[in-house]
Structure formats: C-alpha cells, structure tokens
Design a protein around this ligand. Structure first.
Ligand SMILES: [Zn+2]
Length: 487
C-alpha cells in the first residue's frame, strides 16, 4: 500500500520530469502547463480533468512508464487549453463528447510533433462514422471542431458498441465551486488536501470507469485530492464563474493572456510548430466592435428575439440535429481573402464574425472572396468560427468584388444582413469603378430592410454608395519579441 505522502512525492517528481521534457520537446506548452492546477487522487486509476480544469493524477503514475505518462499528461493539458472541459458541459452523452474531444486534441499533439499511440484521431472518427453510414474522409474531419464531431457521432448512432472508451474530460467534481452566496473559493495551493464527496446520483459514468473501485450502488464516492501545483489564480477565478457564458468568456480572456506568452516564447525560439500555434491562435479571437450594440441598431425589429438566445444554451439541442432550427436573422459575411490581406487581418475579420455569432441567434454564411467566390460556410455556433472556419479560408488573388456580389444577390432575402470585410482596396470600386458593381451594391441596399455593413481595416473605396454603414477596425498587432526584453 502506498501512503499519500509517497504518492504526492512521486507526483512531484513526475511533474518535474514533465517540465523538463516539455522544455526539450514543446517549450511553448510549458507556460500553459504551469498555469493549471494539478492534484493527485488515490481513488483514481487514470488521469482525468475536472470541469474546473484541475488535472487529476491517478495511481497509474506509480507503475506506468514515463513515456506513456508524458503522452497522457500532454493529452490532458491540451484538453484544458482547448477548453474541452467546459465546452462539454451541456453535452448529454459524455462518453461521446469525450471521444469527440479526443480527436482535435490528438490532432493538435500530432501537429506539435508528438507521437499519439492507440489514440482517437481523424482516422478513428472517419471509421466510426463510416460504420454509422456517414462517409467523411479524415482530412475533412481534421478541420472539424469537437462540437461538430460530437453531432456527427450522434447522427451515426453513437453511443453504441464499438465506440472507444476515452478518459473523462470535464468531470463535474464539486471542488472549489462558489460557496452559496459567496465568491469563488481560493485555489488550493500546493500541499493542500481537499476531500470531496459525490452523492450516489451525481457520479458521472465516465468517472466510474476511472475509479480504482467500482462505487457500491446507493453509496457516495469519496475522493481525496492532494494538490501538487496550485495553478494560475486567474484561471481558477475563470473556472469558478457560475454563469456558463461568463465562464467561457473569462476562460478565453485567460487563454488570450497565456497565449501572448506562448507566442512570445515561440518567436524568441525562432521556430514553433506553425500548425499547432495557429490552432491555439484561433482560441483567442477577439472582436473589436461591440456587436451587441451594433446589431441592435442595425436590425432593431428582429433583435428582440435574437437577444434572448444564449449561444451556449442551444448545445443542449444537438441530439435532435438536424431537425433543429434556430430563429433569428441570416447574416452574410463576405470576407476579402485577396493577396493583400495578411493573416492578422483575416484573424481580425474572423474575430468580428465570432462577435456576430456570439450575439446573434441566427445563421451566418461566411463567404471568402477575392476575384472569385469560394465555398460558403454556414455558422450557427460561435465556436465553429474559431475551430472550423479559420481552417477553411481560401483566397490570395486580386480584389474584384463583382463576382461575390453577383453570387449574393441571387440568394439574398429581405430580412438578411450583409457584412463585408475588406481592407477597402477593391479594384472595381476604387481604381476603376465599375458601374455594374455599383449597381449590384445598390441592389443590396434596395433588397434588404437592414442597412448593409462595410467593415474595413484600411480605407473606404471611392465608389461605395451611400447607405452602407462603414466601420473602421484596427488590426491587433502582437507585441514584438524585442518589446518583452528590457533594454
Ligand atoms: Zn481525452
């Protein structure tokens, strides 16, 4: 029998080894790892992540090889930084969510150059879906968010036999939850012991699988947590936010700050696994325009009904997909992806779309364009912007707006809202204004009852007709690495 003190000591040694291994293999993950709380729990076999983002270490660290454990710990860390522990909160089938969340997690680790053995990847999901009659190639699945994979798995008939068993993500363990009427409890510091009781009806089934002893029916489960790392107080504060939507916002705030450090780190090191860093960047979309107010002004007669939609609540309805319909307006977001648009500008446009998606309960159709029109993407959930749309943006050619306008007017409805994102350097509106392009813009003005919006990060083209609401948005310029080094 191992005593708690021995277990804690083993865990401390393990954390030290993890930090060294991260320094050597993925240093940009180190600042993130330091920020999350870690506790050992002798009642657990495997690792698990609670819904408050605590990494729980089970007895396996005493007998599994460091190589295997290092893989596991990175896997759990990525769940936390991608927010899977809170994004899964409203998912009805936790087992399916755990499998769905494992795919982007492992694909992220692969992009970082890590080996993922016997793990759920895009290939696994593709195979599972195929068995349920849905044929989607792995390369396509790689672009999907955990939410989309979850929905697809449900459509394919899961949970059912043959579904892999994944470790629990976002286990609701009543620790550090705000006390009745009071604020958030302080984060337990390293060395602190916390004992938790979970009532019989409240034991999540995925936790049951991770326990060393199966709980007796009708009996509560006792967990002893010994903290070995306290984590970032800001992280703890975010996780203890009671309101779900507020919690997600605070989490993103935290992730954004942590990411600044990560990016600076990666730049100083000269290189970073670009694919992986881009995946993280997508977590930090930050709109500059306050779309709640803007939309209220733009689409007043619809906004009353839109406002009551909480973008995180509808997740509950996913099991009924695809019958599900949301009320609200349709927004056409036309994004200039021509050669003059850099990654930062594109990210800013996506951030604004994310802002619109968070505030409007309707559907957003994102259409990338340069001199061509690219595949339109339908967004009904703000997380899709961050985790899917960003990966699918195409473009790079010259800037001619006529083709996309032609495409749009054939589809446009009276109650729709049009938002154009561009730097304003549009050939057929500026250098050589084309009467046909101008008349297409006027047709939009005539068709829609809502004023169309023109969001630009550089200029307003000369020939843009009156009636468009123009917003100028600056582009976030990340701090240069030099600025971080004291002179
Ligand atoms: Zn997992």
């Amino acid at each position: 029998m191992v005593t708690p003190a021995e277990f804690v000591k083993a865990a401390e040694e393990f954390l030290e080894k993890v930090k060294i291994a991260l320094t050597l293999r993925a240093p940009f993950l180190l600042p993130l790892f330091r920020r999350i709380p870690v506790a050992v729990c002798p009642q657990l076999r495997t690792m698990a992540v609670t819904d408050t983002g605590i990494l729980l270490i089970g007895l396996e660290i005493l007998y599994k090889s460091f190589g295997e454990l290092f893989e596991d710990v990175n896997h759990e860390l990525v769940h936390v930084i991608l927010g899977h522990h809170i994004r899964g909160k409203t998912k009805k089938h936790e087992g399916v969510w755990n499998v769905a969340a494992d795919c982007p997690d492992n694909e992220f680790l692969k992009a970082c150059g890590f080996r993922v053995k016997n793990a759920v990847t895009a290939e696994t999901i593709s195979r599972l879906l195929k068995e349920g009659g849905i044929d989607i190639p792995p390369d396509e699945i790689r672009k999907y968010s955990a939410e989309t994979i979850y929905r697809l798995l449900l459509r394919a008939g899961y949970p059912k036999k043959g579904m892999p068993c994944a470790k629990p993500v976002g286990v609701p363990i009543p620790i550090g939850a705000p006390e009745k009427g009071g604020g958030a409890r302080q984060c337990p510091g390293a060395g602190q012991h916390v004992s938790v009781t979970i009532e019989p009806g409240q034991i999540p089934c995925t936790l049951e699988d991770a326990l060393t002893e199966k709980p007796k029916s009708g009996q509560p489960v006792h967990l002893d947590l010994w903290f070995v790392q306290g984590g970032d107080p800001k992280f703890w504060e975010a996780m203890n936010e009671r309101d779900e939507r507020e919690r997600f916002k605070k989490f993103q705030e935290w992730a954004r700050r942590a990411m600044d450090e990560v990016m600076a780190f990666a730049r100083r090191a000269g290189t970073g696994p670009l694919g992986a860093l881009r995946m993280l960047m997508e977590l930090v979309l930050k709109p500059k325009l306050s779309w709640a107010d803007k939309l209220a002004g733009l689409v007043s007669h619809h906004f009353g009904s839109m406002r009551t939609v909480n973008p995180y609540k509808p997740h509950r309805r996913y099991p009924h997909f695809p019958a599900y319909r949301r009320r609200g307006i349709k927004v056409w977001a036309l994004v200039d992806t021509s050669g003059s648009i850099g990654e930062k500008e594109l990210l800013q446009a996506l951030s604004e779309i994310y802002g619109i998606a968070s505030e409007c309960g309707g559907t957003i159709i994102v259409v990338p364009w340069d001199a061509d029109v690219y595949e339109a993407m339908e967004v009904t959930d703000p997380e899709q912007v961050a985790f899917e749309v960003a990966k699918k943006m195409k473009g790079g050619g010259g800037t001619v707006i006529k083709p996309v306008l032609k495409w749009l007017v054939e589809r446009l409805g009276e109650t729709d809202l049009v938002v154009i994102f561009t730097d304003g350097f549009i050939f057929d509106l500026d250098d050589k204004p084309d009467p046909e392009t101008v008349s297409l813009l006027k047709r939009i003005l005539g068709t829609c009852t809502n004023s169309p919006v023109f969001v630009t990060w550089e200029k307003k083209p000369k020939a843009l007709p009156n009636g468009f609401v123009v917003y100028h948005v600056g582009v976030n310029v990340p701090e240069s690495p030099e600025a971080l080094v004291p002179a």
